[in-house]
Design a protein around this ligand. Sequence first.
Ligand code: MRU
Length: 345
Amino acid sequence: MQYDTLRAMYWQENQLYLLDQRKLPQEQTTIVYDNAPEVAKAIREMVVRGAPAIGITAAYGVVLAAQKAYARNPDNWILLIETEMQQLAQSRPTAVNLVWALRRMRACFPSITGDPVPKLLTEAQKIHREDIEANHRMGDYGASLLPSLCRVLTHCNAGALATGGYGTALGVIRSAFAAGKIMQVYADETRPWLQGARLTAWELRQDKIPVTVIVDSAAAVLMKQKSINWVIVGADRIAANGDVANKIGTYNLAILARTHGIKFMVVAPTSTLDLSISDGSKIVIEERPAEEVHTLGEQIMVPAGASVWNPAFDVTPAELVDVLVTEKGLLEHPTTASLMALINN
Ligand code: MRU
């Protein structure tokens, strides 16, 4: 399908294949996995990242765990995989899609008799397929809001690499580009892990979509000078009141967008909604190793004695979100009531 060829993960002959996102854009390497603890490590170390992508990967991780456990003891496989289920669940804390996908896999257990692999693999592939379908739907909904000859700014990577395929924020950008609406995409480099520079720019260039990378601190002047029409981002967890946790720096962009009269769009499947928490203050924000800030490649960037604080996400208050795009439809200025209505629709 046009603009939908890239996959961060796939299943082949009883093994999981992950594109190593730590190596992009310099190298395109795939790593093969046959056990769940290694998959949990891959999520923790960001071989694969992005909320929906880590949920899908964890679902395939459950298949690998069950495959090994059933071979060891066919009567006790559910008990045997519990530790590995926990390892997968704890691999990263902020993206709710991870526990959402594990819950879906667990819900299959009671109906399984005999070899669990066929049923669990079918469920993992269904989660994967549904995510891609949701992204295409969100792409169309989001693109319908954009004017022609549009300039947009995105943050981090909410693309095919961060999902089952096609992307959330980049899904909207792909659909809008296919409709001839996108003139220019700007990508924040997204310090410290550089998802914007390394992944978003690479991904958009695979599809020949025009992209310009800026340093994160150029966003304000970009909005002032370059007539940006929309800021379009993804999400890791959305609380019941519409507060959005996403990559660190998203909150800055939402404030800047409001100040400059630019619309702010969040694109996320309903698997990213966490209606069990009332607002964003309850979202656990992952803090990542100091080394991510300390060093750039081989080069030490921070002098000895200076400490580093490296929160990986921030929370954008719902009042700064102009539109939330989900596969179930669009919500302008999301609230607890409108999110509940959307979910129950
Ligand atoms: O730390 P990362 O790279 O996993 O963070 C990813 C993001 O913040 C994305 O914007 C979010 O997961 C949405 S991906 C469709």
